[in-house]
Design a protein around this ligand. Structure first.
Ligand code: GUN
Ligand code: FE
Length: 452
C-alpha cells in the first residue's frame, strides 16, 4: 500500500487505543486510526472521521485497515526496567530467604553455571520468549559475570526482536561464594570488551549497560573504574540500592567515608541521568534529592520486595521528588516475569502504605499503568522513542484480546470499557493469554515467527 511519494505504511489499525501521556496517566481513545510506516514509526493517530483524508495522504485502502473488534484494544508495550535473565532458571521457586542469604544460597551458585554457554543459551532463549509473550517489549537485563554468555544474551534478544539493555555483571567482592567473583582488573577489562563487542554487532535495539552488582559486592576501585568507563563512553548504568536493611548496614561498614549509599555511587560517577537503580526502599529525603538533581531513575520491584521481605518503596514520595520511576519484575527475587503482575503488585504495595497510614491515598491503576509504560521509557532514556503512541515514536505495542479463547477471566454483557480498562490490569487478571500480538518498532514479534 502507499503512494510512490510517501514512505509505505506497514500497518493501519482502527479501534481503541489506551496509553499514557504527560498530562494523563491513562488516555483511552475509542474510534481512532493509527498508522505505522515501514520503518516502524507511528505516522498518525487520528479519529476515524479523518479516514478519508488520511487514506488520501498515506495512500491506503479500506481493505488495508486492521479493524479491531470491540473486545480488543492496543496499548504500549511494557518496559521491564529491572530483570535478571539468568535467574529466570529458578523463577517462582526459592523465595524463602531474605536478600543476602537468598543471594548466597540460590542466586550466586545458579549464576556461576552460566560459564557454560549451552546452559546460558537455553535459559536466555526461554527468558526472552517468556517476557516478550508477556508483553515486555523493552527489558533492562542483568546477565552474569561471564562476558561471552552476556554477549549471547544480547544476540538472542536481537534475534527475537526485543528492545533491551544488557549488562555484564561486575563484582569483585564475594565472601560467601568466593568462586563467583572476578579480579578487579578482569572485571573492568571484560566490561570494556563486552561493551566494545556488543557495540560492534550494531544491533538496532540492543545496547550495553554498565552493571556493578551492588555496594556489598564491589570494591571502590571497581566502582571508580566503572564510573570512568560509563563517563568516557557515555553509557547507561544499572545497579541495586537500599533494597534491604541488612544490605544498608554492610554498605555503611564497607564504605565509612560515604554519608549514605547514594553518595557511594555518586562519588564514583555512577549516579547520572543514564542511571537506573533498583529498589531504593530506604532512601532518605536527602538521597532522593540527589537522585532528582542528577536525573537518576528508580526501578520499583514490588513483587521482589514482598517475596524477599525487603521493604516497601513509597512511590508517592519518589514522585514528589520528581525522580524518574518505572517498574521491574526483578526476576527471580520477584516470582513473576510478567509486567502485568508488576502493575498489580505496585497497587498492593501502595495499599499497604495506605493501610499503615504512611500515605493518605493509594495509587490509581492508571498511575501504575503509566509507570509500566511511559515511566519505564523515561527511566531508560527512551521516552523520545517509545512509551506511548505519540506520532514520531516507534510502534512498540500489545494487542489485548479480552475474549481470547483461553482467557483466564470472563467478560459480562454489562461490562463497560471503563470497567474493563481498570479491571483488566487487576481484577480480571489479564495475562499472556490475552496478549494476542506483540510489536516492537512496527515488527510483529509475537506470535513468534517460525525463523526464531
Ligand atoms: N542485590 C544484589 N544482587 C541482587 C539480585 O540478584 N537480586 C536482588 N533482588 N537484589 C540484589
Ligand atoms: Fe535485582
Amino acid at each position: 500500500m502507499g503512494s510512490p511519494h510517501r514512505p509505505l505504511l506497514a500497518h493501519v489499525f482502527r479501534g481503541t487505543f489506551v496509553h499514557s501521556t504527560s498530562s494523563s496517566p491513562m488516555e483511552i481513545l475509542h474510534g481512532h486510526l493509527l498508522g505505522v510506516d515501514e520503518r516502524g514509526t507511528i505516522v498518525f493517530l487520528e479519529e476515524t472521521h479523518q479516514q478519508e483524508q488520511l487514506a488520501k495522504k498515506w495512500g491506503f485502502k479500506p481493505s488495508d485497515i486492521r479493524e479491531l473488534s470491540n473486545h480488543e484494544f492496543i496499548m504500549p508495550g511494557m518496559v521491564d526496567t529491572h530483570i535478571h535473565a539468568p535467574q529466570y532458571s529458578f523463577t517462582g521457586t526459592r523465595v524463602d530467604l531474605p536478600l543476602l542469604q537468598w543471594l548466597t544460597k540460590y542466586t550466586f551458585p545458579t549464576e556461576a553455571k552460566f560459564k557454560d554457554s549451552d546452559f546460558a543459551e537455553e535459559v536466555y532463549t526461554r527468558v526472552v520468549r517468556r517476557t516478550l509473550k508477556n508483553g515486555t517489549t523493552t527489558a533492562c537485563y542483568f546477565a552474569t559475570i561471564h562476558t561471552d554468555a552476556s554477549l549471547l544474551l544480547a544476540e538472542i534478544v536481537d534475534k527475537f526482536g526485543q528492545r533491551a539493555f544488557v549488562g555484564k555483571v561486575c563484582m569483585d567482592l564475594n565472601d560467601t561464594v568466593p568462586e563467583y567473583k572476578e579480579m578487579t582488573s578482569d572485571s573492568v577489562q571484560e566490561t570494556e570488551r563486552f561493551v566494545r563487542e556488543l557495540l560492534e554487532k550494531r544491533y538496532a535495539r540492543v545496547q550495553p549497560i554498565i552493571t556493578p552488582r551492588f555496594g556489598p559486592s564491589c570494591t571502590e576501585d571497581l566502582l571508580c573504574a566503572l564510573g570512568d568507563l560509563a563517563q568516557a563512553r557515555d553509557l547507561h548504568v544499572q545497579s541495586h540500592i537500599s533494597e534491604n536493611e541488612e544490605e544498608l548496614k554492610i554498605v555503611e561498614e564497607l564504605f565509612p567515608d560515604c554519608q549514605n549509599y547514594t553518595e557511594l555511587y555518586d562519588k564514583n560517577k555512577l549516579l547520572t541521568s543514564k542511571t537506573v537503580m533498583a529498589h531504593a526502599c530506604y532512601l532518605s529525603e536527602e538521597e532522593l534529592k540527589l537522585f532528582s538533581l542528577r536525573g537518576a531513575a528508580i526501578s520499583h520491584c514490588p513483587n521482589s520486595n514482598f517475596s524477599l521481605s525487603s521493604g516497601v518503596l513509597n512511590v508517592q514520595k519518589v514522585l514528589k521528588h520528581h525522580v524518574k520511576l518505572g517498574l521491574g519484575t526483578d526476576v527471580a527475587g520477584g516470582y513473576s516475569a510478567s509486567m502485568l503482575d508488576a502493575i498489580r503488585k505496585t497497587m498492593i504495595a501502595a495499599n499497604t502504605l495506605q493501610i499503615n497510614k504512611v500515605n493518605e491515598t493509594g495509587l490509581t491503576i492508571a498511575e501504575a499503568f503509566q509507570l509500566a509504560t511511559l515511566g519505564g521509557s523515561q527511566v531508560l532514556g527512551l521516552d523520545d522513542v517509545i512509551g506511548n503512541f505519540e506520532v514520531g515514536k516507534e510502534f512498540d505495542a500489545l494487542l489485548i484480546n479480552t475474549k481470547a479463547s483461553d482467557s483466564p477471566f470472563d467478560m459480562f454483557s454489562t461490562d463497560k470499557f471503563e470497567v474493563t480498562r481498570t479491571g483488566l490490569m487487576l481484577k480480571k487478571k489479564c495475562d499472556d493469554r490475552n496478549i494476542s500480538e506483540v510489536y516492537v518498532a512496527g515488527k510483529q514479534v509475537v506470535p513468534f515467527s517460525s525463523s526464531v
